[in-house]
Write a protein that binds this ligand. Structure first.
Ligand SMILES: NC(=O)c1ccc[n+]([C@@H]2O[C@H](COP(=O)([O-])OP(=O)(O)OC[C@H]3O[C@@H](n4cnc5c(N)ncnc54)[C@H](OP(=O)(O)O)[C@@H]3O)[C@@H](O)[C@H]2O)c1
Length: 294
């Protein structure tokens, strides 16, 4: 089975290459091999490769930059997924695509369900929602996996930002009134591999077409996430941490206050997901081991 992974240079894309090993022939398309801003290039690549399954891990993820670059955000997050979905349907190949908690406005008290009404607060959120809708409108077999607060040992993310800041700062002020579930890129990649294993052949994914919430278990704030990072024994620098309100840390894009995603549907269908603290501990342990080897 040939599986095409777009955005293979990203956090989730890179993790997928490891998690999918053994599941088929993995064709990794990073931005240099396939620019999703080029519809014709997408069509040509997929018609040549004829994959049995397409996983789109590429996205325009610069949430604040998107506020002043809506055209690019929509091109990559909405137009390209539509083209991928059209080509997937043409090939009879399921499309697995990632979306975000930022499709919601954060106003709900409890965790967001898949069929809660989205109302994005940012250009990024609107572009990702448009991507979801475009894929659904094409009507082929698709799984849209909404993730939250993704981090890992590569790329741009909160974990690496905290560790870098701790090199030069003795104190950090961190937003404490946005809640969600920090999710290791490996958790998402392993869960995606689990979906593929669950279906003995890609066509069986037709029964699972739809939207799923996929993030680690539990919840915390960005402040709580930072506390857990600096409490880990493998992290040696420990700056003082001060909780602040979102209003004290203005950003171009508005983020939802409540990013909690209810993952019951995913767990019922495909199996369990780790608690965010356990996954973070494993990730930091791995970082420590990699640093020792380096
Ligand atoms: N990061 C989060 O906190 C978060 C939260 C919720 C959901 N998600 C979703 O999860 C998925 C994976 O995100 P991630 O965290 O892995 O993001 P990421 O690390 O930013 O990776 C995205 C990848 O897409 C590539 N890309 C951007 N524009 C492209 C283009 N025109 N053509 C081809 N590739 C392009 C990027 O390449 P360059 O590096 O060259 O730009 C990057 O390798 C996305 O759908 C994202 O919306 C992420």
């Amino acid at each position: 089975m040939r599986i095409v992974v777009t955005g293979s240079g990203g956090q989730v894309g890179g993790a997928l290459l490891a998690s999918l090993a053994g599941l088929g022939e993995i064709v990794a398309l990073d931005r240099a091999r396939l620019n999703l801003a080029d519809d014709d290039a997408i069509r040509t690549a997929l018609r040549e490769l004829q994959p049995a399954l397409i996983i789109n891990a590429a996205a325009y993820t610069a949430v604040d930059a998107a506020e002043s670059d809506a055209a690019t955000a929509f091109r990559i997050n909405a137009d390209a997924p539509r083209v991928l979905a059209e080509e997937a349907e043409r090939l009879g190949a399921p499309l697995i695509h990632y979306s975000t908690d930022y499709v919601f406005d954060g106003s709900k008290d409890g965790a967001w369900l898949e069929d809660d009404v989205p109302a994005p607060l940012s250009v990024y959120g609107r572009s990702k929602l448009a991507g979801e809708q475009a894929i659904a409108a094409v009507g082929g077999v698709h799984l849209i996996l909404r993730c939250s607060w993704v981090y890992g040992l590569t790329g741009k993310n909160f974990l690496l930002t905290m560790l870098k800041l701790a090199d030069t700062r003795d104190a950090l002020s961190i937003v404490d009134d946005q809640i969600g579930a920090p999710t290791w890129s490996r958790t998402i990649a392993d869960a995606t591999a689990g979906i593929i294993r669950h279906a003995s052949e890609p066509a069986q994914l037709a029964a699972h077409t739809g939207v799923y919430h996929l993030c680690a278990g539990g919840q915390t704030s960005w402040f709580g996430f930072a506390q857990a990072i600096f409490a880990h024994p493998a992290v040696t620098r420990r700056p003082a941490l001060h909780p602040i309100a979102t209003a004290e840390y203005p950003t171009p894009a508005t983020r939802p206050a409540n990013s909690r995603l209810n993952t019951d549907k995913f767990r019922r269908t495909f199996g369990d997901l780790p608690a965010w603290g356990d996954a973070l501990a494993e990730c930091l342990q791995l970082r420590g081991e990699l640093n020792m080897k380096a």
